[in-house]
Design a protein around this ligand. Structure first.
Ligand code: NAD
Length: 355
């Protein structure tokens, strides 16, 4: 006997790891990074319409687990993400993540996705969006310090933004540099493996630091900085975790650009600076309220930590792109009885009589 289903089926769209990987490979990661960067730009231009809070972190000796929420009044988004620098040595990823979009009017989740790969794409997209506004348009060479999970995506982001295909890399792990060259060379990049950080940075137009170490590290020294460089510092993103020689921040020719100051002052390179350390908010540059780069010789520094609005933009982009394609599944995530007041009624027809 067929038992009538006493509840409604209102499906949530879901992109799992397999579909995210296949969609990204078939569409092309550089094209997706470019697309997400345009969505981030649109969302930064309407910055004032978002609810914003610094992310909520749970810190332990292993690393951090964070929740990153935001809403524009119509759509709510959150990401769950961890950062565990000691993970690779134990066979795990440093960063893993998933996230969701929900309708604000009824609170129902409408889209759910893996975000480990998507975070790498969105972080590169954010780097690309910022580089379009701050880097010198004639930039030709990228120095990458750190050749881990984020690195190839960062290189693709700079090619999407500036046309850069010449990359010099430095990592303390020679295997990581060999992996980067192996992955990027077939994509048309000209990759040089440097003998030191200093050598990688010499003559570069854009310098991306993407190392992972829960420490006040110094992977970029003040004396290596050259006029006109754009510094894209993505790895220092947690209390007690920074990458730059702090004197770089104090140089007269450096301007520091940030996402959301209340979060960056806790997590970014500026965490060691006084609470009134001058920064420029990127949304103001995107919205045309503040200038970006002031001269060809100015050194622009993006103190990146990753902000919730970028995740909302990335989730919006994927949802729009995969709707109606084979790369998305429907999942039954919301328990919804026919009578909204009779949640128990979902069980009654299935409970054994007398139980
Ligand atoms: P990963 O562990 O895969 O790679 C880090 C690389 O840095 C490794 O290859 C390691 O050998 C290298 N390294 C460590 N110390 C170094 C040093 N002193 N000099 C040169 N190389 C060094 O990590 P990942 O997933 O690529 O992430 C990199 C960093 O970016 C992490 O700190 C992560 O938290 C951060 N991150 C930031 C954002 C953001 O939005 N700002 C987003 C994602 C990840």
């Amino acid at each position: 006997m067929q038992i009538a289903q006493p509840y409604l089926l209102r499906m949530t769209l879901f992109v799992d790891v397999r579909n995210m990987v296949r969609w990204t490979a078939e569409t092309g990661p550089e094209q997706i990074i470019d697309g997400i960067s345009r969505y981030i730009e649109q969302d930064f231009a309407r910055w004032e319409s978002f609810d914003k809070i610094a992310r909520v972190g749970s810190h332990t000796p292993f690393g951090v687990i964070e929740l990153m929420p935001t809403s524009d009044g119509e759509t709510y988004a959150f990401k769950y993400v961890n950062g565990h620098p000691s993970n690779p040595a134990r066979g795990y990823q440093t960063v893993s993540a998933f996230g969701a979009l929900a309708d604000v009017h009824n609170g129902y989740p409408v889209f759910l996705a893996e975000m480990t790969l998507l975070t790498a794409l969105r972080t590169a997209a954010m780097s690309a969006m910022v580089a379009r506004h701050l880097a010198r348009p004639d930039s030709r060479r990228l120095a990458l310090i750190g050749a881990g999970s984020q690195a190839e995506f960062q290189a693709l982001g700079m090619r999407a933004a500036l046309g850069i295909s010449e990359v010099t890399v430095w990592d303390t792990d020679p295997a990581a540099m060999a992996k980067l060259a192996r992955n990027l060379t077939p994509l048309g990049f000209d990759v040089t493996i440097a003998a030191s950080g200093r050598e990688a940075v010499r003559g570069a137009d854009v310098v991306t630091t993407c190392t992972a170490d829960k420490a006040r590290a110094t992977v970029l020294q003040d004396e290596w900085i050259e006029p006109g460089m754009h510094l894209n510092a993505i790895g220092g993103d947690c209390p007690g975790k920074t990458e730059l020689d702090p004197t770089i921040l104090l140089r007269d020719d450096v301007e520091v650009f940030v996402e959301f100051p209340p979060q960056t002052r806790i997590e970014g390179e500026i965490q060691a600076m006084p609470a009134d350390f001058p920064v420029t908010e990127l949304w103001e540059v995107v919205a045309g309220r503040r200038p970006g780069r002031s001269s060809a010789s100015q050194v622009t520094l993006f103190d990146s930590v990753g902000f919730a609005i970028e995740d909302l933009s990335a989730l919006r982009y994927v949802r729009d792109a995969v709707r109606g394609t084979p790369w998305v599944d429907d999942i039954d995530l919301v328990a919804e009885p026919e009578d909204p007041k009779d949640l128990f009624g979902m069980l009654t027809a299935l409970l054994p009589i007398g139980s």
